[in-house]
Design a protein around this ligand. Structure first.
Ligand SMILES: [Zn+2]
Length: 448
């Protein structure tokens, strides 16, 4: 027998629940920025990066035309130009450090991250980081002499980041956006690790990190059925989960609800509002099978992070000495990069970053009251954002991949979903501002 209040709750829900994804109407400024992203600019950046012959992390640092140093200085100069064009709106820095000897670094070597920071207006302490790696490799990661054009891996990601800085630096956002190009990825995620570790030590609140790595849409895969998609990889269980947190998760579920996974869902939800012909393909996995990328040092330190990579890879054009063998051409050269595909990948980054940096922070300290009843009671802390309008409770069937339903909760810090058992659905909470911008969803932890 169902409790009597179930019917009342069902009627209320019928009135209040909105179909998921019905946000405020698309933001006109985001629509403008989408149009401003230029495949031509991206192509020019990729060709320029390739022109340095190799960008291997162990290659020359003081040759103005060849090697990783030439690439570093060119990226820095590009960011400086963009900064001049926006009237000095950003801080552009070379973040250099000496990498001690590790497996793929035979001698202590100076590595330099190029970091352009666009400070937020109302919530500058909240950060989003978008990056690509500017180093490259041929067949051997420690061969600093061979040609390693790295047009797709990862001039594509680096070019996208530069283009994002160009378009987005002409606007203002509530939160801070960091546009970053890092070396040492092929040597073991070294540049990204350094930035993530510094951020952790300085207690910087990085609410989302995107690595763009191999987003070139290799032209040999143009007929793939997945051509109009980009993969977004996100971990389900946090890499930094403690034993205690794991035990708690096993008792209440949540292996599909890390903050990184919520970030991936957010990227898809937002980009679906703006782009019809190019889609996010969420992959529920930290990275490709047994592989890694620059978001990993971030998620290992408790930040949320995802990886963007083209839908289909062609390994004859990745990590290969440039050559022809038995009639097959090998090498990561620009003619195998689809610049329009890279531009679309950049647009998805842009939509997600602009939405995140305009929206309130995701609600903090979200808890689910663990009581033996058939209601679902959620609590959370008040957001600090000045323009907060309220909160939404979202839910989905336990087998659904994405959030499906929304309940506007109002500007409250606790909400009871009557007659819907926490046993049978997954619930989350997100914040909404007065302009209708929505935060990513926070997944609750249980409290008694
Ligand atoms: Zn790469």
């Amino acid at each position: 027998m169902r409790p009597r209040n179930h019917c009342v709750a069902a009627i209320l829900l019928f009135v209040a629940v909105t179909v998921f994804g019905q946000n405020a109407k698309p933001d006109a400024e985001i629509q403008k920025m989408i149009k401003e992203v230029s495949a031509k600019n991206i192509e020019a950046s990729i060709r320029k990066l390739v022109s340095f012959g190799t960008r291997n992390t162990l290659s020359e640092q003081d040759n103005p035309t060849r090697g990783v140093g030439a690439a570093r200085d060119w990226i820095f100069a590009e960011m400086e130009k963009i900064n001049a064009d926006c009237g000095g709106c950003m801080t552009v820095e070379k973040q250099s450090f000496v990498q001690p000897k590790v497996n793929r670094v035979p001698e202590p070597t100076t590595l330099t991250n190029v970091v352009a920071t666009l400070k937020g207006t109302t919530n500058p302490e909240r950060y989003y980081v978008v990056s690509g790696h500017y180093d490259s490799m041929c067949s051997s990661p420690s061969d600093a002499k061979c040609d390693a054009p790295g047009a797709n891996d990862d001039a594509s990601g680096t070019a996208a980041v530069i283009e994002l800085a160009r378009v987005m630096s002409n606007r203002k956002f509530d939160a801070t956006i960091v546009f970053m190009a890092v070396p040492g990825e092929e040597q073991g995620l070294l540049g990204a690790t350094y930035y993530a570790e510094q951020a952790k030590q300085k207690a910087i609140d990085i609410e989302g990190m995107f690595t763009n790595d191999i987003i070139g849409g290799v032209t040999s895969m143009k007929t793939s059925p997945n051509r109009n998609k980009i993969r977004v990889f996100s971990e389900g269980v946090p890499s930094n989960e403690t034993e205690q947190q794991a035990a708690l998760r096993r008792s209440v579920g949540g292996e599909n609800d890390s903050a990184s996974r919520q970030l991936a869902r957010y990227i898809k939800e937002q980009s679906d509002r703006y782009l019809k012909d190019f889609k996010v393909w969420m992959i529920y996995r930290r990275d490709r099978y047994g592989r890694g990328g620059d978001h990993i040092p971030f998620v290992e330190r408790g930040f949320s992070g995802v990886r963007f990579t083209e839908s289909d890879e062609d390994y004859t054009h990745q990590h290969q000495n440039v050559r022809t063998e038995a009639g097959v051409f090998y090498g990561d050269t620009p003619e195998f990069v689809d610049f329009n595909y890279v531009a679309n990948a950049a647009r998805i980054n842009l939509i997600a970053l602009a939405s995140l940096a305009s929206a309130p922070a995701r609600p903090k300290n979200v808890t689910m009251v663990n009581r033996l009843n058939n209601d679902t009671e959620l609590k959370w802390d008040a957001n600090k954002d000045a323009d907060i309008a309220g909160y939404e409770v979202v839910y989905r069937d336990t087998t659904a991949a994405e959030w499906t339903n929304t309940i506007p909760a109002g500007n409250v810090l606790t909400y009871v979903v009557k007659g819907m058992s926490k046993d049978n659905y997954f619930f989350g909470v997100r914040a909404v501002d007065k302009a209708g911008n929505k935060s990513p969803v926070s997944y609750p932890r249980p409290v008694r």
